[in-house]
Design a protein around this ligand. Structure first.
Ligand SMILES: *Cc1c(COP(=O)(O)O)cnc(C)c1O
Length: 430
């Protein structure tokens, strides 16, 4: 495959942007080689500047549940654009998207729209602290919640429960207000609550941790978090930015039968435009300005183009059979991969939930914690990634990232891709 045009464009990008990118994983550091610069996307396909085509399993890291430039979404956006694209004043599309989202969420009564998942979590954390009057947030090692200061924190060494910052520029004083514990460990959470129970504002968890491998959690663990937060007057914050509307025709927490206090949403709900949200009961949400004392604002928040893209995406998913198609395709892909993988006896485990999947390499069982992910396995993924690029399949450029299916993927291409992926995995162990 020829990539000279891509390489040329990327060298120009390197001169004017740190690492040539506006978000670090795009730089291919984890898999090596030069990032591909894309020219266009249509349906299930990406096309680069050298004219190569790829079946896209990255989907802009999650939002593109309908594939690229879906005609219904595009038509609705073009109409919205013709009426002007931002007003800084109430617009009907905000209410319509809020109604749609709340209808699916069930427990929540109000939403605030923001522009990114990071901003949603930042708002949720401030809200949790404002509602409870407490300083600490509990976070799990292996969960990603965006790049706000209080979530760029990793576990302290030894017995220290207070976090240490995982990024330069985050003061220790801020990192110390986040307590980091391993996933899948009731005892660790219990200890934290014993020591700091009256100071914990919220426990934050990705409903299904899927930013650092796919670390499927036991439902009893999530039920335990619900119980212990309630007993101590802390809030349960479930981050659905990635998994919401991805693993079932609703939200991932619904599968556990627990109700969070606050959820954060993003990716799919913006249909590929910058939109994300915080949702909760009215009692909690009304703490936000202008009704309450917790300040939050945004010049472009709830802008009509992003709201319309989200709304049109949900229309396709729920009114035009999109979800059924996604479900059928997901089952088909899962069957193809699982039966194919069973024919080799490789230390590779596959996990898929709805339209999300992940391969765990050099591992005999599926990890449930960050520490359980095999490092050599991540190196092996880099080799797989290069092989797949050469064969016209675009996987995310990091072994820690999940793969995404979308409704635009043709059945025969999906079957072909499953066969290509399996053959390439087998070669990686050859
Ligand atoms: C992507 C993601 C975020 C951050 O969203 P951005 O829009 O990238 O800021 C937060 N939480 C989870 C679970 C995510 O997957």
């Amino acid at each position: 495959m020829e990539h000279s045009k891509s390489e040329q464009l990327f060298s120009e990008a390197l001169a004017v942007m740190p690492g040539g990118v506006n978000s670090p994983v795009r730089a291919f550091k984890s898999v090596g080689g030069t990032p591909i610069t894309f020219r266009r996307g249509e349906g299930a396909w990406l096309e680069d500047w050298d004219g190569n085509r790829y079946l896209d399993f990255c989907g802009s890291w999650g939002p593109l549940v309908l594939g690229h430039a879906h005609p219904h979404v595009r038509g609705r956006i073009e109409k919205a654009l013709a009426d002007g694209w931002t007003f800084g004043a109430p617009h009907r599309s905000e209410t319509l998207l809020a109604q749609r989202v709340l209808e699916r969420l069930g427990f929540a009564e109000k939403v605030r729209f923001v522009n990114s998942g990071t901003e949603a979590v930042m708002t949720a954390v401030r809200l949790a602290r404002g509602v409870t009057g407490r300083p600490y947030i509990v976070k799990f090692d292996g969960c990603y919640h965006g790049h706000l200061d209080s979530m760029l924190v990793s576990a302290g060494s030894g017995l220290a429960t207070f976090g240490t910052s995982s990024s330069a520029g985050v003061p220790d004083e801020i990192a110390a207000t986040t307590l980091v514990v391993p996933l899948d460990d009731e005892g660790a959470v219990e200890d934290l609550f014993k020591k700091h129970g009256d100071k914990i504002a919220a426990v934050a968890l990705e409903s299904i941790p899927a930013n650092n491998g796919l670390l499927y959690q036991r439902p009893e663990f999530v039920a335990f978090l619900r119980k212990i937060t309630r007993e101590h007057g802390a809030l349960l914050l479930l981050d659905e930015v990635l998994v919401g509307l991805r693993v079932q025709p609703g939200f991932a927490f619904q599968h556990y039968g627990v109700e969070p206090d606050i959820v954060t949403l993003g990716k799919v709900i913006g249909g590929g435009f910058p939109a994300a949200a915080v949702a909760a009961t009215a009692k909690i949400m009304d703490h936000l300005a202008p009704l309450g004392p917790v300040y939050q604002a945004g010049t472009l928040s709830g802008n009509p183009v992003a709201m319309t893209a989200g709304l049109a995406t949900l229309e396709v998913l729920f009114d035009q059979g999109g979800w059924d198609r996604l479900h059928t395709l997901a089952a088909r892909f899962q069957h193809a991969v699982e039966t194919g993988l069973a024919k080799f006896s490789l230390p590779v485990r596959y996990i898929q939930t709805g339209a999300l999947f992940w391969f765990s390499f050099d591992c005999d069982s599926l990890p449930r914690t960050a520490a359980g992910i095999s490092r050599p396995g991540i190196t092996r993924y880099a080799a797989l990634h290069r092989k797949l690029l050469d064969r016209g399949i675009y996987f995310a450029p990091s072994g820690y990232e999940v793969g995404f299916l979308n409704t635009a993927m043709p059945e025969d291409e999906l079957d072909r891709a499953a066969a290509v992926v399996l053959a390439a995995i087998n070669e990686c162990y050859g």
